[in-house]
Write a protein that binds this ligand. Sequence first.
Ligand code: ATP
Ligand code: MG
Length: 579
Amino acid sequence: MRMSKMYLKTLREAPGDAEIPSHILLLRADMIRKLASGIYGFMPLGWRSLRKIENIIREEMDASGAQEILMSAVQPAELWEESGRWHAYGPELWRIKDRNGRDFCLGPTHEEIFTDIVRNELTSYRHMPQILYQIQHKYRDEARPRFGLMRSREFIMKDAYSFDRDREGLDKSYDAMYDAYTRIFTRCGLTFRPVEADTGAIGGKGSHEFTALSEVGESEIAYCEKCDMAATVEKAECRDCAPDPETVEMLPLEEVYTPGTKTIEEVAGFLGLPKEKTIKALMFETYDDDFNVNGYVAAFVRGDRDLNMIKLVNALDIPEHAIAFANEDKMGPVTGSVGGFTGPVGLHDCTIVVDSELTGLRNMCAGACKADHHMINVNYGRDYKADIVCDLKTLKEGDPCPCCGSPVKHTRGIEVGQVFKLGTKYSVPMGATFKDENQQEHPIVMGCYGIGVTRTLAAVVEQYHDDYGIIWPLSVAPYHVIITLVKPGDQAQRELAEKIYAELTERGAEVLLDDRDERPGVKFNDADLIGIPIRITVGKLAAEGKVEYKLRRESEKAEISADEAVVRALGLIEKEGRG
Ligand code: ATP
Ligand code: MG
């Protein structure tokens, strides 16, 4: 491609709403254009890189035995009603109506559609296993679209669905997808970690997130250096502390005056107690399908712990959007709670969820459900009971690893993909069944497997950039080589550049020829910004048949013959071009 003819408008500065490097650089390099909040289009360079990622995904999915199809992004509401998600999905579901008032949505994911396809066709055990996938635009009306392609409202996803006769079959399909994902993200050049992920109400060890390590990532990961435990903080189990021995006597419950001590720090300080001897209360209200408050929840954890919201919603078996912090002025009259002074004793008409370790701790301090007062010597069983007891704690950095006990570490990452054992979550309500050898009917056992294709593009930029721009790995670079022609008017330079361009192109390299009538500084800056991995500069030395050869990822430059530059470039492309 000759840059003099190319549709490219690089920017010196990114618009003010771009905060993270990938967002800034993809805009500045004119790879993406913003159309509306969370809605982006792809310009020639961005589209080329994106298609490279798609092709890596395609090659690896096909190699795993999965088959590509393409369904519509527009989905009829009826299917979502059958699965029960028309309501459960909440406001992220982008609902639309046709001219006759019939409900549809723009697909955020396609479990319903794929289950619908197979339900009348995979009717015998002989028809399975099957894995179908597609690469397609998805729509989610995210509450906070941000960071460009990272969390957008329209994005490209590869979604795959596996269909098996039993759990063993599912395990095999899952492992095949897990391995394919490992190859895909490796070929894209990403440094990533598969981590155990939350499976919501389904539970079990049925999901992994593939997380590209990055400071700007929204996933927090807990991992252990001693054993191989790695999980999202949402999912990570947190061990209970040791219970107090039975010999610790339960002291008489006592109300104490604790004026103005609304936080755990304040009350612990005021009473001279360690935070570990206190109980932290968190109040929530829950909503029905029409977003009316339908109940209150009080969650209790030890004073030094943090509540894990995902564990709470799983315990309650409600969707995340159906719960929020309570309006305490409204909750108080119903339940007896008092902002800043709520404790489990005396609370009524709400669901009480207690972290499991509290049940083994004696003589704790908690709010008295009375302004400016706390209770001391609060004991589970004697003074209060719970509707639900479970692990509600967030595993914090330094806490003991749930597997081996050594202190855990935290890191951040970008969730680029997820693999998930669905089991019969969709096949049962949607009636997708098959007959076994004995004509017995069973629900199909399913898995689903997503990759955020556009998010992966952004994740690569997060891991590969410097102050000057993007540093594409060869496997996903929009072009392999950029030939910077310093003076297009100089005949020797022009001829040599054209010769290299022709030779490289003929031998399968993807080459940009910067033949624009611009100052050399502008050309070098653009080359760095758009991040082409190999730069061959044709300048003053052209008369001697020499060029400057430089890799974007290295600072060294070599003055070598044009022939040698061609050989080197082709060698590197051969080695790294496919990833
Ligand atoms: P998140 O927790 O980031 O919202 P998710 O759990 O909702 O992700 P999935 O439903 O598993 O995501 O979707 C599969 C993949 O699609 C994710 O792993 C991610 O890479 C990508 N993805 C999800 N939401 C978005 C979005 N709003 N913008 C871009 N990519 C997304
Ligand atoms: Mg999401």
